[in-house]
Design a protein around this ligand. Structure first.
Ligand code: ADP
Ligand code: MG
Length: 481
């Protein structure tokens, strides 16, 4: 066996063998911090960037803690996508195998039988997406009554994809006494709300030097060209799905242009101009805060005096002309304990000026890539799947058998022709528009639909026997908004 450095060296033999198999010789910084912290049994919030080795950071302590003799699920790792479920399950399976622990990946979009069989064989560790996990819990095939460790991996991403209602419902199936650890590359307000609902007195582990608490504002810039600015903006909005955002432009002409561009693309956007009275500008802000409007496009002048601290994103369509303006734009988000994201589109020509602005303001602004087309498609697919699965879960069995089946041949027929596929896509688009992603962490009761009436009718005649729910809601309130 290879020579391992601490804290790997002191691990039990089976886990050291696994680590050697993975070719790891020394822990990554996040593993170095998280391993001892998780061993204490405390709840944790871990902020570390992508690629820092978070899977191992929770995988190793889980492998250490679980008992192969106890034949039930002892650890659950919730992840946002099926790709991640497979990836994490693969790595943790290696970490756990020499100890005789079985690991299972569970996610939607595939048949149930294989997963059901695997549950029957017994899994000590389950890695899965919240929707499908909830399916199995609801049908009684899966039991978390003896869960000891709950992990949220990529928590922010999980919330972005609209999994909050599912996560909240899962909470009812897990015992109150457990260890819960949350991992995320970023810790915006909604992630902290999630932490408040699920974690008790967590320890905060961050890899960013000199930072004691979660960062209030995350600063990013994206390099683009003058020609591609609008499409870059659209891609960022599509990718991040901000709850609400203000888009700053440097000129009134840009404000008009960007607003029209966004509206044409189906974004819920409006502009404010400096010609409006303070009251009219406040009114526009009110519409954003109440969720009636999502994107506000403005110049610095038009936005003066209005409080944007409730907005999740501040986007600079054009890089601010002076360091003071940057501080002014971004300094008003992330207030009152809320975290915000600031993103600046910077064209090649402005880069020098933008670097200068960072230096003057002593703000660390990290570069972000323009989201790729395939990434956007994948996220859209995931968001749609989250919703589809929730709908299917909420369907009474009778309806599943008859009404839904009625549509199967029709869907087949439609999917066979170009026009028909366009029609199906239109239905998906309309559905997504009407059912906005539930990215906010709220205290509303968990269920498929946010519309109480729809919920009533859907569940009203549900004769499917429902299992009694175990465990109690923990932590009470603590969610934001
Ligand atoms: P994150 O979840 O933080 O994005 P991952 O857990 O996916 O990162 O790890 C990124 C890569 O680093 C993976 O390929 C993983 O196998 C590898 N890795 C993790 N820990 C170590 C280690 N201690 N030594 C070498 N490679 C490691
Ligand atoms: Mg990861």
């Amino acid at each position: 066996m290879m020579d391992l450095s601490e804290p790997f060296q002191s691990l039990d033999d089976p886990i050291r063998r696994s680590i050697s198999e993975l070719g790891w010789t020394s822990p990554t910084p996040v593993q170095e911090k998280v391993l001892p912290a998780m061993r204490t049994g405390r709840d944790l919030i871990v902020q570390a960037h992508t690629g820092s080795g978070k899977t191992g950071a929770f995988g190793i302590p889980i492998a250490e803690a679980l008992d192969p003799e106890a034949n039930h699920c002892q650890a659950l790792v919730l992840v946002p996508t099926r790709e991640l479920a497979n990836q994490v399950a693969e790595e943790t399976a290696i970490l756990a195998k020499h100890k005789g622990l079985r690991c299972l990946a569970v996610y939607g979009g595939v048949g149930y039988q294989h997963q059901i069989d695997a549950f029957e064989a017994g899994a000590h560790l389950v890695v899965g997406t919240p929707g499908r996990i909830l399916d199995h819990l609801g049908s009684g095939r899966f039991d978390l009554g003896k869960l000891r460790i709950l992990i949220f991996d990529e928590a922010d991403e999980m919330l972005s994809l609209g999994f909050w209602p599912d996560m909240r419902e899962i909470q009812r199936y897990v015992p109150k006494k457990r260890q819960t650890c949350l991992f995320s590359a970023t810790i915006p307000e909604r992630v902290r709300s999630l932490a408040r609902s699920f974690l008790i007195d967590p320890e905060y582990v961050s890899l960013s030097e000199g930072q004691l608490g979660p960062q209030q504002i995350e600063h990013y810039y994206v390099v683009t060209t003058a020609q591609e600015k609008e499409t870059t903006l659209v891609r960022i909005l599509e990718h991040d799905e901000p709850d609400s955002a203000i888009v700053f432009c440097n000129t009134k002409a840009d404000v008009r242009y960007v607003t029209a561009f966004l509206q044409r693309r189906g974004f819920d956007a409006d502009q404010i101009s400096g010609d409006l009275t303070q009251a009219a500008r406040e009114e526009a802000m009110g519409r954003i805060k109440s969720g009636k409007l999502r994107f506000l496009v403005a110049t610095d002048v038009a936005a003066r005096g209005i409080d944007i601290s409730d907005l999740s994103h501040v986007i600079s369509y054009a890089a601010p002309e002076s360091p003071e303006v940057y501080v002014h734009r971004t300094g008003r988000t992330g207030r009152a304990g809320k975290a915000g994201v600031a993103i600046s589109l910077v064209s090649g020509l402005d880069i020098g000026n933008f670097r200068y602005l960072q230096q003057v303001n002593r703000i660390e602004i990290s570069e972000r890539e323009v989201p790729k087309e395939e990434t956007l498609r994948e996220r859209l697919r995931e968001r749609l799947m989250v919703k589809i699965e929730r709908e299917v879960r909420a369907l009474p069995e009778k309806e599943q058998r008859f009404l839904v089946q009625r549509f199967v041949p029709i869907v087949n027929e439609l999917a066979a022709s170009e026009d028909g596929r366009g029609d199906l896509a239109a239905i998906c688009a309309a559905y997504m528009r009407e059912h906005k992603p539930e990215v906010r962490v709220t205290d509303t009761p968990p269920h498929g639909s946010s519309d109480p009436e729809a919920r009533q009718s859907r569940h009203g005649n549900d004769e499917r026997p429902r299992r009694r729910r175990r465990g109690r809601k923990r932590g009470g309130t603590g969610a934001s908004s």
